[in-house]
Write a protein that binds this ligand. Structure first.
Ligand code: PLP
Length: 401
């Protein structure tokens, strides 16, 4: 092993390596391995166990047969960029130019990486809410920026407005929003989103907003940050077909926003993947053009799944923060005597044959205390799987032999 190779310093500086130089295995990998080892139902990682719409899958198959297998254009096929622009208009009334305001990316993750690397300098601050999707911490670390956070607290996980005002300053280069939110399933209200826009203006910050759960929302309408007055010119919106069309393995996403920001992000994307996923791009265009009924049906189905798992968790003695969106539900295990969710999650497959992940996996170490008894469970699984998980969880009920 190189002793002080630059790559190692960079990765270590970003917190991605352990002190001995080995790769820090994520809790998701550890818990998925435990699920396999014990035969437990894996509600840790958030990937669906059912395929997406047949028309979307068929378009990809057809594209491969038709020879759509070479490098697509740098910004993505024009027809997909058009479908993305049409989708933003159909659902949110947003008007954009598909040639200058849309970039196809290798999943939302590459959009986030390219946006952060394009827009920050070492020493700038990137503000996220906490808990945060785990990639944010790594990407901000790799960019050399400082990562500041605003806490989202149990049980509603809405940010305190004074905390938000205090956290944004002239050093803030990016306010990174994730709405609807993973891991909590929270949906930020309009007043919070408006405050984010106001603060971005006051401190000349850019808003990067990760909206991959835009369609998996139950009792509210999704409000894209970019649709608020004064937001468009400084907002990059990132989404992906993975969650909406049950195709998480395709890693086909997009970034939309004003031409200057999208150009800057395109420049970085050129040196990350250059281009991606040729045959999946027409398939995503098919998905984005599905009738409204598909999108409503997907949300309603997920809500029913949420309710199956929620009933099982309540019955087992957990307190719940019922999510308004996303694949996930956060449960408080303190009534079960749990003070360390990470330790509890390692025991849960043995106790009840179910895997979850501790919410501390989504927070910085110095914030662990406020989240120590919280567990995230994914409910993007077939109904019978969730029913079985609910049945198994009842083994935890206090007094059950
Ligand atoms: C799943 C997820 C992503 C990753 O999306 P890809 O399209 O798979 O890269 C990004 N952000 C959040 C909040 C997610 O949950």
């Amino acid at each position: 092993m190189l002793e002080h190779g630059g790559w190692q310093r960079t990765a270590a500086g970003a917190g991605l390596l352990k002190p001995d130089g080995s790769i820090a295995a994520t809790i998701f990998a550890e818990m998925s391995a435990l699920a396999v080892e014990t035969g437990a139902i894996n509600l840790g990682q958030g990937f669906p166990d059912e395929d997406g719409p047949a028309a979307v899958l068929e378009t990809a198959r057809q594209a491969i047969s038709d020879g759509v297998n070479q490098y697509p254009p740098g910004r993505g096929f024009p027809d997909l960029r058009l479908a993305i622009a049409e989708h933003q208009k159909r659902f949110y009334g947003l008007e954009m130019d598909p040639d200058t305001d849309v970039l196809v990316t290798a999943g939302a993750t590459e959009g986030l990486a390219a946006a952060i690397l394009a827009l920050v300098q070492p020493g700038d601050e990137v503000l996220t809410f906490e808990p945060f999707y785990d990639a944010y911490g790594g990407l901000v670390g790799l960019s050399g920026a400082d990562h500041r956070t605003v806490a989202l607290q149990w049980p509603d996980f809405q940010p305190d407005h004074d905390d938000l005002r205090d956290a944004v300053s002239d050093r803030t280069r990016i306010i990174l929003v994730n709405n609807p939110h993973n891991p909590t399933g929270a949906v930020f209200d309009r007043a919070t989103l408006e405050l984010i826009v106001e603060l971005a203006h006051r401190h000349d910050a850019i808003i990067v907003t990760d909206e991959v759960y835009e369609h998996l929302i139950y009792d509210a309408a999704h409000i894209p940050v970019a649709s608020l007055p004064g937001a468009w010119e400084r907002t990059v919106t990132i989404s992906s077909g993975g969650k909406t069309f049950n195709t998480t393995g395709w890693k086909t996403g997009w970034a939309t926003g004003p031409a200057d920001l999208i150009s800057a992000i395109t420049t970085v994307k050129q040196y990350l993947t250059y281009v991606n996923g040729a045959p999946f791009q027409p398939a995503m265009a098919t998905g984005l053009r599905l009738p409204d009924a598909y999108f409503h049906g997907a949300a309603a189905e997920l809500q029913a799944k949420r309710d199956i798992l929620a009933a099982g968790l309540r019955n087992a003695g957990f307190a719940l923060s019922l999510p308004s969106a996303s694949y996930f539900i956060v449960a408080d295990a303190s009534a079960l005597g749990v003070t360390d969710a990470a330790d509890f999650c390692r025991r849960l497959p043995h106790l009840a044959g179910v895997v979850g992940v501790p919410v501390t996996a989504f927070v910085n170490r110095d914030r662990h205390e406020s989240y120590r008894s919280l567990v995230r469970f994914a409910f993007c699984k077939k109904r019978p799987v969730l029913e079985e998980a609910a049945r198994r969880l009842s083994a935890l009920r206090p007094g059950t032999p």
